[in-house]
Design a protein around this ligand. Structure first.
Ligand code: HEC
Length: 113
């Protein structure tokens, strides 16, 4: 195989991979809008619409942490009257997609002097 062909295939596979990631993020955002936003906000800031102080922020949280927590609620390793019901409604693919959405939101950390 010629070197140029190899490079082209490599670039195409990167682009294909990126479009899979974009697709997952888009699906994850739809889940966030339809299900999670009432409590956690679409952007993961749980401070809209009269939310309880007991609802955690999800913005920019580690993707795999979110996946593990959601799987634990789904399997009932963690039991919570709201989150266990929510996680029950999600497929593993939904969990992966919505975790990708919340984890990819960028934040800026500012430290106090
Ligand atoms: C009815 C309100 C409500 C909705 C809707 C909801 N959550 Fe939650 N969520 C909570 C509360 C309350 C907690 C804290 C649970 C606890 O104390 O164990 C929580 C906890 C979590 C946690 C664990 C965070 C941590 O740091 O421990 C994750 C992850 C999570 N929610 C994701 C989601 C996702 C994704 C959706 C949408 C598919 C969603 N939640 C929908 C109320 C909600």
């Amino acid at each position: 195989m010629k070197k140029n062909t190899f490079v082209l295939i490599f670039i195409l596979s990167l682009l294909a991979n990126q479009s899979l990631v974009d697709d997952a993020i888009k699906k994850g955002k739809t889940i966030a809008e339809n299900i999670c936003s009432v409590c956690h906000g679409v952007n993961g800031q749980a401070n809209s619409g009269g939310n309880s102080v007991l609802v955690p922020h999800l913005t920019a949280q580690n993707e795999f942490y979110l996946i593990e927590k959601l799987k634990d609620y789904k399997s009932k390793k963690l039991e919570h009257h709201q989150m266990s019901l929510i996680a029950d409604m999600l497929s593993i693919e939904d969990i992966n997609n919505v975790s990708k959405w919340y984890s990819k939101i960028k934040i800026v950390i500012e430290e106090f002097e």
